[in-house]
Ligand binder design. Structure first.
Ligand SMILES: Nc1ncnc2c1ncn2[C@@H]1O[C@H](COP(=O)(O)OP(=O)(O)OP(=O)(O)O)[C@@H](O)[C@H]1O
Ligand SMILES: [Mg+2]
Length: 241
């Protein structure tokens, strides 16, 4: 990892992400809708946590607020013990860069860059020098089965291949937390299993994974399942509690 001053996870941290009475409201009165409604939840290290719920229930919105990618309407978020709500959202990019791998539902790859460049660019932002960034990016893409697609731009990749570039990019540089929005949606069963195993390797003391999914194949791998409906957490099943 680079030598930049980073807000590292504090030792003995109980929660990688902590939300308190978190809400997101869209629209103007009287047509306002709370798409996330009073969510208080902690995402803990040492766990693969799944967030499951129907389409439109607020999953992506909740993940985006947890990562400081969307402003909250009310409530509070701590990311690695750092408040990132209100004007503190300015701290989020640096925390994301060094501690978080985010897999977007629609991948968000840079269209003008090759698969290799997409991953290497993120590693450079994390502080790795060019040569090492490219070597690690190559390794990361090989791990997701894309060693033969390094020089392809996203438009020349299948949906599942683009998804795997997004996963390689999130895993690169060993972040402490992976947040994934439907990371296996475009993958066949076998590839999905390989990717799930890779994501599970992230889980450890001080490190964790939070995945939004509709994929029941992921359920047996989870340590904890949160269920969301209409913007509210309606169930919290911790298999080890
Ligand atoms: N920028 C926005 N402006 C207005 N409404 C929005 C906005 N973003 C999301 N919404 C609404 O918020 C609700 C929740 O959206 P969200 O994307 O969080 O759902 P989701 O659970 O991730 O759904 P899916 O499983 O289909 O991805 C939806 O009804 C959506 O229309
Ligand atoms: Mg979504």
């Amino acid at each position: 990892m680079g030598a930049a001053a980073i807000p590292t996870p504090q030792s003995g941290i109980a929660a990688l992400v902590k939300s308190e009475h978190l809400s997101k409201v869209y629209g103007e009165p009287p047509l306002q809708t709370a798409v996330v409604n009073d969510v208080s939840v902690e995402i803990r290290p040492n766990q693969l946590t799944l967030l499951m719920g129907p389409s439109g229930s607020g999953k992506t919105t909740l993940l985006m607020m947890m990562a400081g990618l969307v402003a909250v309407s009310s409530g509070r978020i701590e990311l690695f013990g750092n408040d990132i709500t209100g004007e503190n959202i300015a701290k989020a990019p640096s925390i994301r860069r060094h501690e978080l791998g985010f897999i977007f539902q629609h991948y968000n790859l840079f269209p003008a860059l090759t698969a290799l460049e997409n991953v290497a660019e993120v590693l450079r932002l994390k502080g790795f020098a060019g040569k090492s960034a490219y070597a690690q990016a190559k390794q990361s893409l090989k791990a997701v089965g894309l060693g033969h697609r390094l020089d392809h731009r996203p438009s020349k990749l299948s949906g599942g291949e683009q998804q795997r570039v997004a996963i390689a990019r999130a895993l690169a540089g060993n972040p402490s937390l992976i947040i994934g929005d439907e990371p296996t949606a475009a993958l066949d069963t076998r590839t999905g299993q390989t990717i799930t195993a890779l994501l599970k390797q992230v889980v450890g003391p001080q490190r964790g994974v939070l995945l939004v999914t509709h994929d029941p194949r992921l359920e047996p791998h989870a340590d904890r399942i949160l269920r969301i409906e209409d913007g509210r957490i309606i169930a919290d099943e911790d298999k080890h509690a």
